[in-house]
Design a protein around this ligand. Structure first.
Ligand code: SAH
Length: 302
């Protein structure tokens, strides 16, 4: 209840504040693009302000906590997708040519619902309480999975939401014309989000041919169950925090494969976790750093 009251209060205050006040309050650097002043729609202003002001709350998903270098101060709004990717590269979040190539190829602006937030390093709402994760979180997860994202690989993206990350991974695993053309399956439990993600992918010139070729597939399903039909997967990403590592996903991981997921309860400490399965089927788990994601819900809670 306290949380909702706090959010309601923040929403009320934000709707009366000019955004500049919000930025000053959080001691953010002056905005570099026109986004800052171009938000005319009060709803957009509210959404942006809420994300900024409530960024320590777990309902705002997908950003790394603490650790200095990833604080709100570092959030900038870039002019376009290229500038955003270059900024992440400059900050050392993107480290490999492969991740840079993938994130350059898919325009985040085609997947974000609030255009003014598309090129900002922050999560932004996509409806139904879900958000497209912050670009730096996408980059970290892609880096963690990078050696597994090879042409012809099979990948599962659980809690695929906007479809953006699934599309980026599909560009990296595609090997059209070969016997194993590559496959990324996004699984999302809210059907309207899957619909919207499919429309976004159709709009995106890089993603559309991957959809048409069946290399990128976005499905409605319960992520706790994975997607057994196409298992095993070389790489699995989960975009929502699971209270415990879902055993179905570990089973669906190929020998030698890697699973990256946030683990922890809603509102409590969550850790971005890597699960590696060796060729004998033995599993090793390692925590990377603290994060905040929305929960991977159980179907009976949905
Ligand atoms: N990587 C996505 C993250 C979306 S937010 C992106 O950047 O767009 C996390 C998503 O997980 C939400 O869309 C939410 O609806 C979904 N989700 C939560 N529980 C789920 C479950 N049990 N099965 C499938 N999807 C789930």
């Amino acid at each position: 209840v306290a949380t909702y009251l706090r959010l309601a209060y923040v929403a009320y205050v934000c709707s009366r504040l000019p955004l500049s006040a919000v930025y000053v309050h959080r001691q953010l650097p002056p905005c570099r693009s026109k986004c800052y002043t171009s938000l005319r729609d009060p709803f957009d202003r509210l959404a942006l302000a809420s994300v900024i002001l409530t960024s320590t709350h777990p309902c705002v998903l997908g950003h790394a906590r603490g650790a200095g270098q990833h604080t709100m101060r570092e959030r900038t709004v870039c002019a376009d997708n290229t500038a955003l990717v270059e900024e992440l590269r400059r900050r050392g979040v993107i480290q490999s040519e492969k991740v840079e190539r993938g994130m350059m190829a898919v325009d985040r602006g085609n997947f974000a619902s609030i255009p003014q937030m598309a090129y900002m390093d922050a999560p932004s709402p996509i409806g139904h309480g879900a958000t497209i994760s912050a670009p730096h979180m996408h980059a970290y997860c892609l880096e963690a999975l990078s050696p597994w994202l090879t042409p012809g690989a099979k990948v599962l993206d659980v809690g695929s939401g906007s479809g953006y990350l699934a599309a980026v991974m599909a560009t990296l695993v595609q090997d059209r014309g070969s016997k194993a053309p590559g496959l990324v399956i996004g699984v999302e439990y809210i059907p309207t989000l899957v619909e919207a993600a499919l429309q976004s992918a159709e709009r995106d010139p890089t993603s559309r041919p991957l959809l048409d070729a069946g290399i990128l597939q976005l499905r409605v399903g319960d992520g706790w169950q994975g997607w057994p039909e196409s298992a095993p997967y070389d790489a699995i990403h989960v975009g929502a925090a699971a209270a415990t590592v879902p055993q179905a996903l570990v089973r669906q991981l190929a020998p030698g494969g890697r699973l990256v997921l946030p683990v922890g309860l809603d509102g409590q400490e969550q850790v971005l976790t890597v699960v590696d399965k060796d060729y004998t089927g033995h599993v090793k788990t390692k925590g990377l750093f603290s994060v905040q994601y929305v929960p991977l819900v159980h179907r009976n809670e949905a």
